[in-house]
Design a protein around this ligand. Structure first.
Ligand code: AMP
Ligand code: ZN
Length: 497
């Protein structure tokens, strides 16, 4: 088996993967901030790491996979002052912050399940690890790298940078980073422009706050990942992942905190996924181009020409390497649908092939070709998880499989072991490593048709002021877990709970 190579953001090159403990991997991935629904961009990152997790397991590693839930301490605009995202939403919706957290955690899990991603082995929450975060902040103060101003604890970036390069992860000098940040205002309590909060003082209006040696407050966003990764994976662990947008600040601060606290670089391999874009613009909540997965599955977003099944979306993501940007479009998704169908049909046929010694002898050239292409699955995947190239090798095998299906080539034109390997590797890769499942296209199209019919009947009923019928349709669908929403201009959209 080829050696696994991983592109390490820290060294900016591919490195041979050597785990700290033989046969074991500690993997930490920054999870969602559960104050709203995850969009498809977030899903790309989580699906990419799901495939990485699955492949590590496939290679025989015992993996401890920690993906946190950020349920406190993430402030608006990733800043150090103001309200946290949960309290803001809670006020808006007149709910408890923990009701917000629960609603979106449940929603996130549901989406992850629809995409057939495996749950992490530990899913710790920030609110469940307040004492660990306080302890870490205290240790950083004791070591001389943080200071307290009126109940808030700041990390002293310039002091730290005198000993360790702060911008090491993204290869940037402190002077350049300083140039890119705003001047300290007269009111600012920070000593340096790049200093960030480990702990934030809470005013009486703050809904979520805890006692600490510095008074009532709540943890900063960065300290939670440092505290939780240390707790479950140790002071140094193998792989830390997240979206590329997290490298410059969140992960840079994680490294600084752990170094300042434990005098060790916390992570051996830093992995970053590239962004999902729409017309070249990064998908994000603030840009307003964030499709929700359920809008995609029901086709109810105005930019969507039709509904797309979760497995086709997953396949769409697999066709691009995780370090390349991936642009969302209807054409690309429809091409992915066709591609997946072609591949899956071949796989279904392949499963039923039985080798029998035929009259023809083995075609050595074809046999070699099949063996070579099958061997490439592991080679490509071990080359920094290149799912796109694995799929390309699989597609090269499709015409061979189809010819065997049509009997234009005899199954016995390849050796029995070659056929068995081909069957086993297709299963391993499509189902176990890529986590794909058959798509029931017919069901999907039928449901679309039925929903459109019900929407038409309801529109008609409404126009005749027949509210009994209109309400009946909406309520009975709701009882089935399908939500109909009245949009502007009399339009209706629907989503499955
Ligand atoms: P958040 O809930 O905002 O903390 O984000 C959760 C994860 O999704 C992080 O790892 C982000 O880097 C990642 N992410 C956010 N936007 C995108 C995007 N457009 N494409 C890929 N990953 C993203
Ligand atoms: Zn994190």
């Amino acid at each position: 088996m080829s050696q696994l190579k991983i592109y390490n953001t820290l060294s900016r090159q591919k490195e041979v993967f050597e785990p700290i403990l033989p046969n074991h991997v500690g993997l930490y991935v920054c999870g969602p901030t559960v104050y709203s629904d995850v969009h498809l961009g977030n899903c790309r990152t989580f699906i990419s790491f799901d495939i990485i997790y699955r492949y590590l397991k496939y290679l025989g590693y015992k993996v401890r996979y920690v993906r946190n839930i950020t349920d406190a301490g993430h402030l608006e605009g990733d800043r150090d002052e103001g309200d946290d995202k949960f309290s803001k939403k809670a006020r808006l919706e007149q709910l408890e912050p923990m009701e917000i957290v629960q609603r979106y955690t449940v929603g996130f899990h549901k989406v992850m399940e629809l995409f057939n991603t495996l749950p992490p082995t530990i899913e710790p929450t920030a609110t469940g690890h307040i004492t660990e975060q306080i302890r870490m902040a205290q240790q950083i103060i004791d070591n001389g790298y943080a200071y307290v101003v009126d109940g808030t604890v700041y990390f002293d970036v310039e002091k730290y940078n005198k000993e360790k390069p702060y911008g090491i992860l993204t290869n940037r000098k402190l002077e350049d980073l300083l140039e890119g940040t705003r001047e300290l205002g007269g009111q600012d309590e920070k000593r340096g422009r790049l200093d960030f909060a480990l702990w934030i003082k809470a005013g009486p209006e703050h809904l979520m706050q805890w006692p600490s040696p510095w008074g009532m407050g709540f943890p900063g966003w960065h300290i939670e990942c440092s505290a939780m990764s240390e707790k479950y994976l140790g002071k140094q662990f193998d792989i830390h992942g997240g979206g590329m947008d997290l490298a410059a600040t969140h992960h840079t601060n994680e490294i600084a905190q752990s170094q300042a606290c434990y005098k060790t670089s916390p992570v051996r391999y830093w992995m970053h996924t590239n962004m999902l874009t729409v017309n070249g613009v990064r998908m994000s909540k603030s840009a307003g181009n964030g499709f929700l997965p359920e809008e995609l599955f029901s086709g109810s977003h105005p930019l969507l020409e039709k509904a797309y099944a979760p497995m086709n979306v997953r396949f769409f993501m697999l066709q691009t390497h995780y370090r390349s940007t991936l642009d969302f479009s209807n054409e690309a998704l429809q091409a992915a649908e066709k591609g997946m169908k072609r591949l899956w049909d071949a796989y279904e046929a392949l499963k039923d092939f039985e080798w029998e010694a035929g009259e023809n002898s083995i075609d050595a050239e074809l046999n070699d070709k099949v063996n070579k292409l099958v061997a490439e699955f592991d080679e490509h995947m071990s080359d920094d998880f290149n799912t796109a190239r694995v799929l390309a090798s699989m597609f090269e095998l499709v015409p061979v499989i189809n010819s065997m299906k049509d009997k234009t080539i005899a199954i016995s034109a390849i050796a029995k072991e070659t056929l068995e390997l081909l069957q086993a590797k297709f299963k391993d890769y499509l189902e176990d490593v890529f986590g794909l499942q058959a798509v029931n296209e017919a069901d999907n199209t039928k449901l679309q048709g039925v929903m459109q019919l019900l929407i038409d009947i309801r529109k008609e009923a409404k126009s005749k002021k027949d509210f009994a019928t209109s309400d009946k349709i909406r309520n009975q669908l709701a009882a089935l877990g399908i939500n109909l929403k009245d949009e502007k201009g009399g339009e209706m959209s629907w989503s499955v709970e």
